[in-house]
Design a protein around this ligand. Structure first.
Ligand code: NAD
Ligand code: DAU
Length: 348
Protein backbone atom coordinates (compact mmCIF):
# COMPACT_ATOMS: atom_id res chain seq x y z
CA UNK A 1 0.00 0.00 0.00
CA UNK A 2 1.30 3.47 -0.96
CA UNK A 3 -0.80 5.71 1.25
CA UNK A 4 -1.03 9.44 0.74
CA UNK A 5 -1.92 11.04 4.05
CA UNK A 6 -2.93 14.69 3.87
CA UNK A 7 -2.53 16.82 7.00
CA UNK A 8 -0.29 14.21 8.61
CA UNK A 9 1.62 16.81 10.64
CA UNK A 10 -1.49 17.96 12.51
CA UNK A 11 -2.92 16.46 15.68
CA UNK A 12 -4.87 13.42 14.44
CA UNK A 13 -2.68 12.90 11.36
CA UNK A 14 0.44 12.68 13.55
CA UNK A 15 -1.22 10.16 15.83
CA UNK A 16 -2.45 8.15 12.83
CA UNK A 17 1.00 7.97 11.20
CA UNK A 18 2.59 6.97 14.51
CA UNK A 19 -0.12 4.35 15.04
CA UNK A 20 0.25 2.87 11.54
CA UNK A 21 4.04 2.60 11.69
CA UNK A 22 4.54 1.77 15.37
CA UNK A 23 1.44 -0.13 16.53
CA UNK A 24 -0.54 -1.63 13.67
CA UNK A 25 -0.28 -4.34 11.01
CA UNK A 26 0.23 -1.71 8.26
CA UNK A 27 3.22 -2.77 6.14
CA UNK A 28 3.13 -0.20 3.36
CA UNK A 29 4.59 3.22 2.69
CA UNK A 30 3.28 6.61 3.84
CA UNK A 31 3.60 9.88 1.95
CA UNK A 32 2.60 12.73 4.25
CA UNK A 33 1.53 15.86 2.36
CA UNK A 34 1.07 18.84 4.63
CA UNK A 35 1.21 22.58 4.05
CA UNK A 36 2.50 23.18 7.61
CA UNK A 37 0.07 25.90 8.59
CA UNK A 38 0.20 27.05 12.23
CA UNK A 39 -1.43 23.66 13.09
CA UNK A 40 1.18 21.51 11.36
CA UNK A 41 4.26 20.59 13.35
CA UNK A 42 6.80 18.31 11.65
CA UNK A 43 8.75 18.00 14.90
CA UNK A 44 5.97 15.54 15.89
CA UNK A 45 7.35 13.08 13.35
CA UNK A 46 11.09 13.78 13.53
CA UNK A 47 11.82 10.31 14.94
CA UNK A 48 9.56 8.64 12.36
CA UNK A 49 11.40 10.40 9.52
CA UNK A 50 14.68 9.06 10.92
CA UNK A 51 13.52 5.53 11.83
CA UNK A 52 11.45 4.73 8.73
CA UNK A 53 13.41 6.23 5.81
CA UNK A 54 12.03 3.77 3.25
CA UNK A 55 8.47 3.78 4.53
CA UNK A 56 7.82 7.42 5.40
CA UNK A 57 8.25 10.53 3.27
CA UNK A 58 7.20 14.08 4.00
CA UNK A 59 6.33 16.65 1.36
CA UNK A 60 5.37 20.20 2.19
CA UNK A 61 2.54 21.04 -0.21
CA UNK A 62 -0.85 22.69 -0.36
CA UNK A 63 -3.77 20.43 -1.27
CA UNK A 64 -5.06 23.39 -3.29
CA UNK A 65 -1.99 23.08 -5.58
CA UNK A 66 -3.28 20.66 -8.18
CA UNK A 67 -0.12 20.35 -10.25
CA UNK A 68 2.04 19.57 -7.27
CA UNK A 69 -0.46 17.02 -6.01
CA UNK A 70 -0.64 15.32 -9.40
CA UNK A 71 3.15 14.99 -9.52
CA UNK A 72 3.15 13.42 -6.03
CA UNK A 73 0.52 10.86 -7.08
CA UNK A 74 2.66 9.94 -10.09
CA UNK A 75 6.03 9.89 -8.34
CA UNK A 76 4.89 7.73 -5.43
CA UNK A 77 2.39 5.54 -7.26
CA UNK A 78 -0.32 6.37 -4.72
CA UNK A 79 -3.05 3.75 -4.37
CA UNK A 80 -4.72 4.81 -1.10
CA UNK A 81 -5.65 8.25 0.24
CA UNK A 82 -6.46 9.17 3.82
CA UNK A 83 -7.54 12.80 3.86
CA UNK A 84 -7.14 14.71 7.16
CA UNK A 85 -5.90 18.10 5.92
CA UNK A 86 -8.25 20.87 6.95
CA UNK A 87 -8.62 24.07 8.85
CA UNK A 88 -10.09 22.56 12.00
CA UNK A 89 -10.80 25.18 14.66
CA UNK A 90 -14.38 26.47 14.94
CA UNK A 91 -13.45 29.79 16.63
CA UNK A 92 -10.97 30.62 13.85
CA UNK A 93 -13.65 29.87 11.24
CA UNK A 94 -15.93 32.44 12.87
CA UNK A 95 -13.26 35.15 12.75
CA UNK A 96 -11.76 34.33 9.33
CA UNK A 97 -13.65 31.74 7.25
CA UNK A 98 -11.71 32.19 3.98
CA UNK A 99 -9.03 29.55 4.58
CA UNK A 100 -11.74 27.08 5.61
CA UNK A 101 -13.53 27.45 2.30
CA UNK A 102 -10.25 27.21 0.40
CA UNK A 103 -8.68 24.20 2.11
CA UNK A 104 -11.70 22.23 3.24
CA UNK A 105 -13.81 22.63 0.09
CA UNK A 106 -11.48 23.52 -2.79
CA UNK A 107 -8.63 21.38 -1.44
CA UNK A 108 -10.90 18.34 -1.15
CA UNK A 109 -12.30 19.01 -4.62
CA UNK A 110 -8.73 19.09 -6.05
CA UNK A 111 -7.88 15.78 -4.45
CA UNK A 112 -11.07 14.22 -5.78
CA UNK A 113 -10.34 15.45 -9.30
CA UNK A 114 -6.85 13.96 -9.20
CA UNK A 115 -8.12 10.66 -7.90
CA UNK A 116 -10.87 10.65 -10.51
CA UNK A 117 -8.19 10.96 -13.23
CA UNK A 118 -6.41 7.90 -11.77
CA UNK A 119 -9.39 5.69 -10.91
CA UNK A 120 -7.63 2.47 -11.95
CA UNK A 121 -4.74 2.90 -9.54
CA UNK A 122 -6.79 4.05 -6.49
CA UNK A 123 -8.30 1.41 -4.25
CA UNK A 124 -9.51 3.67 -1.44
CA UNK A 125 -10.15 7.34 -0.71
CA UNK A 126 -10.96 7.79 2.97
CA UNK A 127 -12.29 11.18 4.04
CA UNK A 128 -12.07 12.27 7.69
CA UNK A 129 -15.04 14.33 8.78
CA UNK A 130 -16.80 15.49 11.90
CA UNK A 131 -20.02 15.05 13.85
CA UNK A 132 -20.41 18.85 13.64
CA UNK A 133 -21.93 18.47 10.14
CA UNK A 134 -25.11 17.21 11.84
CA UNK A 135 -25.65 20.41 13.84
CA UNK A 136 -26.93 20.42 17.41
CA UNK A 137 -28.91 17.81 19.35
CA UNK A 138 -31.48 18.49 22.06
CA UNK A 139 -31.36 16.72 25.41
CA UNK A 140 -32.02 13.28 23.84
CA UNK A 141 -30.96 11.25 20.84
CA UNK A 142 -27.78 10.49 18.94
CA UNK A 143 -26.33 11.27 15.52
CA UNK A 144 -26.55 8.27 13.21
CA UNK A 145 -25.14 7.93 9.69
CA UNK A 146 -28.53 9.00 8.28
CA UNK A 147 -29.04 12.13 10.41
CA UNK A 148 -29.62 15.07 8.02
CA UNK A 149 -26.80 17.58 7.71
CA UNK A 150 -27.42 20.90 9.52
CA UNK A 151 -24.06 22.63 10.13
CA UNK A 152 -23.86 25.76 12.31
CA UNK A 153 -20.37 27.25 11.82
CA UNK A 154 -18.33 28.14 8.73
CA UNK A 155 -16.03 25.25 9.77
CA UNK A 156 -18.79 22.64 9.91
CA UNK A 157 -20.44 24.01 6.75
CA UNK A 158 -17.14 23.63 4.90
CA UNK A 159 -16.73 20.07 6.20
CA UNK A 160 -20.33 19.27 5.21
CA UNK A 161 -19.60 20.57 1.74
CA UNK A 162 -16.51 18.36 1.42
CA UNK A 163 -18.50 15.32 2.61
CA UNK A 164 -21.14 15.98 -0.07
CA UNK A 165 -18.43 16.20 -2.74
CA UNK A 166 -16.84 12.90 -1.66
CA UNK A 167 -20.22 11.16 -1.65
CA UNK A 168 -21.09 12.65 -5.05
CA UNK A 169 -17.79 11.40 -6.56
CA UNK A 170 -18.59 7.93 -5.31
CA UNK A 171 -22.11 7.96 -6.75
CA UNK A 172 -21.26 9.70 -10.01
CA UNK A 173 -17.79 8.40 -10.89
CA UNK A 174 -17.62 5.23 -8.81
CA UNK A 175 -14.78 6.57 -6.65
CA UNK A 176 -13.98 3.93 -3.98
CA UNK A 177 -14.65 6.33 -1.11
CA UNK A 178 -15.48 5.97 2.57
CA UNK A 179 -16.25 8.76 5.04
CA UNK A 180 -16.04 8.82 8.83
CA UNK A 181 -17.67 11.42 11.10
CA UNK A 182 -16.23 11.50 14.58
CA UNK A 183 -16.64 13.38 17.82
CA UNK A 184 -14.12 15.52 19.76
CA UNK A 185 -10.66 13.94 19.79
CA UNK A 186 -8.18 14.46 22.59
CA UNK A 187 -4.72 13.11 23.37
CA UNK A 188 -1.02 13.83 22.65
CA UNK A 189 0.14 16.43 20.11
CA UNK A 190 -3.09 18.49 20.09
CA UNK A 191 -2.54 22.20 19.45
CA UNK A 192 -3.38 24.18 22.59
CA UNK A 193 -6.19 26.20 21.03
CA UNK A 194 -8.66 23.32 21.52
CA UNK A 195 -10.47 22.98 24.85
CA UNK A 196 -8.54 20.17 26.56
CA UNK A 197 -4.90 21.08 25.81
CA UNK A 198 -5.70 24.75 26.47
CA UNK A 199 -7.21 23.90 29.85
CA UNK A 200 -4.39 21.49 30.78
CA UNK A 201 -1.64 24.01 30.02
CA UNK A 202 -3.48 26.94 31.62
CA UNK A 203 -4.22 24.87 34.73
CA UNK A 204 -0.56 23.86 35.02
CA UNK A 205 0.50 27.50 34.63
CA UNK A 206 -2.14 28.85 37.03
CA UNK A 207 -3.88 30.84 34.29
CA UNK A 208 -7.63 31.48 33.86
CA UNK A 209 -9.70 28.62 32.41
CA UNK A 210 -12.18 30.29 30.02
CA UNK A 211 -15.49 28.40 29.82
CA UNK A 212 -17.86 29.64 27.10
CA UNK A 213 -21.43 30.61 28.04
CA UNK A 214 -22.96 28.61 30.89
CA UNK A 215 -20.59 25.65 30.38
CA UNK A 216 -23.50 23.27 29.82
CA UNK A 217 -22.71 22.45 26.18
CA UNK A 218 -22.12 18.74 25.76
CA UNK A 219 -19.45 17.05 23.66
CA UNK A 220 -18.54 13.38 23.23
CA UNK A 221 -14.83 12.73 23.86
CA UNK A 222 -12.88 10.23 21.76
CA UNK A 223 -9.31 9.28 22.67
CA UNK A 224 -7.26 9.86 19.53
CA UNK A 225 -5.66 6.40 19.50
CA UNK A 226 -9.12 4.78 19.49
CA UNK A 227 -10.00 7.03 16.56
CA UNK A 228 -6.84 5.96 14.68
CA UNK A 229 -7.71 2.28 15.14
CA UNK A 230 -11.22 2.90 13.80
CA UNK A 231 -9.88 4.72 10.71
CA UNK A 232 -7.45 1.89 9.93
CA UNK A 233 -10.26 -0.70 10.25
CA UNK A 234 -12.43 1.33 7.88
CA UNK A 235 -9.63 1.65 5.32
CA UNK A 236 -8.93 -2.08 5.49
CA UNK A 237 -12.44 -3.49 5.75
CA UNK A 238 -15.02 -0.73 5.35
CA UNK A 239 -17.38 -0.90 2.39
CA UNK A 240 -16.88 1.72 -0.30
CA UNK A 241 -19.70 4.24 -0.53
CA UNK A 242 -20.37 3.91 3.20
CA UNK A 243 -20.21 6.43 6.02
CA UNK A 244 -19.24 5.43 9.58
CA UNK A 245 -19.81 7.39 12.78
CA UNK A 246 -17.00 7.16 15.35
CA UNK A 247 -17.66 8.11 18.98
CA UNK A 248 -16.05 7.72 22.39
CA UNK A 249 -19.15 6.86 24.50
CA UNK A 250 -18.02 9.72 26.77
CA UNK A 251 -20.60 12.50 26.80
CA UNK A 252 -19.79 15.31 29.18
CA UNK A 253 -20.87 18.90 29.91
CA UNK A 254 -17.93 21.27 29.32
CA UNK A 255 -17.99 22.62 32.87
CA UNK A 256 -18.01 19.14 34.46
CA UNK A 257 -15.17 18.11 32.14
CA UNK A 258 -13.06 21.12 33.09
CA UNK A 259 -13.77 20.52 36.80
CA UNK A 260 -12.73 16.87 36.41
CA UNK A 261 -9.56 17.97 34.67
CA UNK A 262 -8.80 20.53 37.44
CA UNK A 263 -9.04 17.80 40.06
CA UNK A 264 -6.73 15.51 38.08
CA UNK A 265 -4.16 18.27 37.55
CA UNK A 266 -4.34 19.05 41.30
CA UNK A 267 -3.50 15.43 41.99
CA UNK A 268 -0.71 15.07 39.42
CA UNK A 269 0.86 18.50 40.03
CA UNK A 270 -0.37 19.98 43.32
CA UNK A 271 -0.70 23.77 43.17
CA UNK A 272 1.20 26.05 45.53
CA UNK A 273 -0.62 26.51 48.84
CA UNK A 274 -2.81 23.53 47.86
CA UNK A 275 -5.38 25.77 46.16
CA UNK A 276 -7.81 24.06 43.79
CA UNK A 277 -7.44 24.64 40.03
CA UNK A 278 -11.25 24.95 39.98
CA UNK A 279 -10.76 28.49 41.28
CA UNK A 280 -9.26 29.36 37.89
CA UNK A 281 -12.52 28.63 36.03
CA UNK A 282 -13.84 31.83 34.44
CA UNK A 283 -17.09 32.10 32.49
CA UNK A 284 -16.61 34.09 29.28
CA UNK A 285 -18.80 35.27 26.39
CA UNK A 286 -20.38 32.39 24.47
CA UNK A 287 -19.26 31.28 21.01
CA UNK A 288 -21.74 32.54 18.35
CA UNK A 289 -23.83 29.66 16.95
CA UNK A 290 -22.48 27.38 19.70
CA UNK A 291 -23.97 23.89 19.21
CA UNK A 292 -25.51 22.65 22.45
CA UNK A 293 -24.99 18.92 22.33
CA UNK A 294 -23.24 16.28 20.21
CA UNK A 295 -23.64 12.54 20.78
CA UNK A 296 -22.68 9.68 18.49
CA UNK A 297 -24.37 6.38 17.79
CA UNK A 298 -21.40 4.26 16.65
CA UNK A 299 -23.29 0.96 16.48
CA UNK A 300 -22.77 0.60 12.71
CA UNK A 301 -18.99 0.51 13.20
CA UNK A 302 -19.41 -2.00 16.02
CA UNK A 303 -21.78 -4.26 14.08
CA UNK A 304 -19.99 -4.09 10.71
CA UNK A 305 -16.32 -3.94 11.74
CA UNK A 306 -16.29 -4.92 15.42
CA UNK A 307 -14.80 -1.60 16.56
CA UNK A 308 -15.58 -0.03 19.94
CA UNK A 309 -13.60 2.62 21.83
CA UNK A 310 -11.22 1.15 24.42
CA UNK A 311 -10.33 4.26 26.42
CA UNK A 312 -12.64 5.69 29.09
CA UNK A 313 -12.55 9.41 29.79
CA UNK A 314 -10.76 9.15 33.12
CA UNK A 315 -7.83 7.09 31.85
CA UNK A 316 -7.68 9.02 28.57
CA UNK A 317 -7.51 12.32 30.43
CA UNK A 318 -4.86 11.00 32.80
CA UNK A 319 -2.71 9.86 29.86
CA UNK A 320 -3.22 13.18 28.12
CA UNK A 321 -2.34 15.36 31.12
CA UNK A 322 0.72 13.16 31.77
CA UNK A 323 1.81 13.53 28.12
CA UNK A 324 1.71 17.34 28.28
CA UNK A 325 3.60 17.30 31.60
CA UNK A 326 6.25 14.95 30.21
CA UNK A 327 6.83 17.00 27.03
CA UNK A 328 7.82 20.49 28.20
CA UNK A 329 10.04 20.99 25.13
CA UNK A 330 7.13 20.32 22.75
CA UNK A 331 4.89 22.64 24.76
CA UNK A 332 7.51 25.41 24.82
CA UNK A 333 8.21 25.06 21.10
CA UNK A 334 4.51 25.31 20.25
CA UNK A 335 3.73 28.10 22.69
CA UNK A 336 6.69 30.28 21.72
CA UNK A 337 6.38 29.51 18.02
CA UNK A 338 9.91 28.00 17.93
CA UNK A 339 8.60 25.16 15.77
CA UNK A 340 8.02 27.68 12.98
CA UNK A 341 11.77 28.39 12.92
CA UNK A 342 12.48 24.67 12.74
CA UNK A 343 10.16 24.48 9.72
CA UNK A 344 11.96 27.39 8.02
CA UNK A 345 15.35 25.75 8.55
CA UNK A 346 14.30 22.30 7.38
CA UNK A 347 11.66 22.76 4.73
CA UNK A 348 11.65 26.21 3.15
P1 NAD B 1 -5.21 20.03 12.88
O1 NAD B 1 -5.67 21.45 12.70
O2 NAD B 1 -4.46 19.67 14.09
O3 NAD B 1 -4.31 19.61 11.62
C1 NAD B 1 -4.64 19.95 10.31
C2 NAD B 1 -3.41 19.70 9.44
O4 NAD B 1 -3.76 20.01 8.09
C3 NAD B 1 -2.20 20.57 9.82
O5 NAD B 1 -1.04 19.78 9.86
C4 NAD B 1 -2.13 21.59 8.69
O6 NAD B 1 -0.82 22.06 8.44
C5 NAD B 1 -2.70 20.79 7.52
N1 NAD B 1 -3.26 21.66 6.47
C6 NAD B 1 -4.10 22.70 6.64
N2 NAD B 1 -4.36 23.27 5.44
C7 NAD B 1 -3.69 22.54 4.51
C8 NAD B 1 -3.58 22.62 3.10
N3 NAD B 1 -4.21 23.57 2.39
N4 NAD B 1 -2.82 21.70 2.46
C9 NAD B 1 -2.17 20.73 3.15
N5 NAD B 1 -2.22 20.62 4.49
C10 NAD B 1 -2.98 21.51 5.17
O7 NAD B 1 -6.52 19.17 12.71
P2 NAD B 1 -6.92 17.79 13.42
O8 NAD B 1 -7.56 18.10 14.71
O9 NAD B 1 -5.78 16.85 13.36
O10 NAD B 1 -8.07 17.30 12.42
C11 NAD B 1 -7.77 16.47 11.31
C12 NAD B 1 -9.05 16.20 10.54
O11 NAD B 1 -9.99 15.60 11.42
C13 NAD B 1 -9.73 17.45 10.00
O12 NAD B 1 -10.26 17.14 8.73
C14 NAD B 1 -10.85 17.74 10.99
O13 NAD B 1 -11.93 18.39 10.37
C15 NAD B 1 -11.22 16.32 11.41
N6 NAD B 1 -11.81 16.20 12.76
C16 NAD B 1 -11.09 16.64 13.85
C17 NAD B 1 -11.64 16.44 15.11
C18 NAD B 1 -10.92 16.88 16.37
O14 NAD B 1 -11.48 16.76 17.46
N7 NAD B 1 -9.69 17.36 16.31
C19 NAD B 1 -12.89 15.82 15.26
C20 NAD B 1 -13.58 15.45 14.11
C21 NAD B 1 -13.02 15.61 12.86
O1 DAU C 1 -16.93 17.50 17.29
C1 DAU C 1 -15.79 17.39 16.49
C2 DAU C 1 -15.07 18.73 16.42
O2 DAU C 1 -14.44 18.92 17.68
C3 DAU C 1 -14.03 18.81 15.30
O3 DAU C 1 -14.67 18.70 14.06
C4 DAU C 1 -13.23 20.12 15.37
O4 DAU C 1 -12.20 20.10 14.40
C5 DAU C 1 -12.63 20.25 16.75
O5 DAU C 1 -11.98 21.50 16.87
C6 DAU C 1 -13.72 20.12 17.81
O6 DAU C 1 -14.62 21.25 17.75
P1 DAU C 1 -15.20 21.91 19.07
O7 DAU C 1 -15.66 23.27 18.76
O8 DAU C 1 -16.19 21.01 19.73
O9 DAU C 1 -13.85 21.89 19.98
P2 DAU C 1 -13.21 22.99 20.92
O10 DAU C 1 -12.07 22.32 21.61
O11 DAU C 1 -12.95 24.27 20.23
O12 DAU C 1 -14.37 23.24 21.99
C7 DAU C 1 -14.94 22.18 22.74
C8 DAU C 1 -16.06 22.76 23.59
O13 DAU C 1 -15.49 23.61 24.59
C9 DAU C 1 -17.03 23.63 22.83
O14 DAU C 1 -18.32 23.47 23.37
C10 DAU C 1 -16.54 25.05 23.07
C11 DAU C 1 -15.95 24.97 24.45
N1 DAU C 1 -14.79 25.85 24.74
C12 DAU C 1 -13.73 25.82 23.86
C13 DAU C 1 -12.61 26.59 24.11
C14 DAU C 1 -11.45 26.59 23.13
C15 DAU C 1 -14.74 26.60 25.90
O15 DAU C 1 -15.70 26.59 26.71
N2 DAU C 1 -13.63 27.35 26.14
C16 DAU C 1 -12.56 27.40 25.30
O16 DAU C 1 -11.59 28.14 25.55
Amino acid sequence: MNMLITGGSGFIGTNFIRYLLLDSDFDGRIINVDLLTYAGNPENLKDIEKDFPGRYAFIQADICDKEKLASIFNEFDIDTVCHFAAESHVDRSIVAPDAFIQTNIIGTFNLLQIVRDRQKQISRFHHISTDEVFGSLGADGFFTETTPYDPSSPYSASKASSDHLVRAYHRTYGLPATISNCSNNYGPYQFPEKLLPLMILNALEGKALPVYGDGKNIRDWLYVEDHCQAIWEIIKRGKTGETYNIGGNCEMENLSLVQMLCDMVDELAPAKHKTSRRELITFVKDRPGHDRRYAIDASKLKNDLGWTPKTDLKSGLQKTIAWYMEHPDWVKSVKTGEYRNWIKQHYK
